[in-house]
Design a protein around this ligand. Structure first.
Ligand code: CMX
Length: 133
């Protein structure tokens, strides 16, 4: 069971189109945009090194990102760690007492297996595990 890298850092934004120009000034360019129905978001990916920034815009009022924007405003929403065996990682985290938001993986952006772990389990950081694709 290995964690390879930070796949992406998720940033909650009110509008991807409005946010892109300042990220472009930082040297980052959008290469992919995708509606992720299971998460009620549109995600835009901006590669940086071997990782990516994921700009997240809610697609409905009950999206987790809509709630985040309402309560906290725009900002860093989660980190995503790429793992080689997501089920084994979830089992290990559960054994440590970390509350799992997703007990079993869902299909996320790019068709990868993903699962979220509650921020209370990882010292205040909402964390996504991702395997594949
Ligand atoms: N990062 C850190 N802490 C967070 C947080 C975040 N993104 N979102 C909420 N919290 C904290 C709150 O501040 C609160 O802390 P306190 O209890 O100390 O006040 C606690 O978590 C619970 O917050 P809440 O408002 O009661 O819970 P929400 O209804 O906002 O749900 C969460 C929070 C994490 C369970 C929910 O957002 C979730 O299920 N997220 C996983 C799915 C997701 O975020 N999908 C969008 C991204 C999809 C993608 O990248 O593809």
């Amino acid at each position: 069971m290995t964690a390879y890298k930070i796949d992406h850092l998720g940033v909650a934004v009110a509008s991807i189109d409005d946010a892109l120009s300042v990220y472009r000034a930082l040297g980052l360019v959008e290469v992919k945009r995708e509606d992720v129905a299971t998460q009620k978001v549109t995600a835009a990916f901006l590669p940086v090194g071997e990782s990516r920034i994921e700009l997240l815009e809610p697609t409905s009022e009950d999206s987790p990102v809509a709630k985040f924007l309402e309560k906290r405003g725009e900002g860093l929403h989660h980190i995503c760690v790429e793992v080689d065996d997501i089920e084994a990682s979830l089992k290990a985290l559960k054994a440590q007492g970390a509350p799992l938001i997703d007990e079993t993986p869902k299909i996320g952006a790019g068709g990868a297996k993903i699962a979220f772990v509650h921020p209370k389990g990882l010292r205040g950081v909402l964390t996504e595990l991702r395997q594949g694709k």
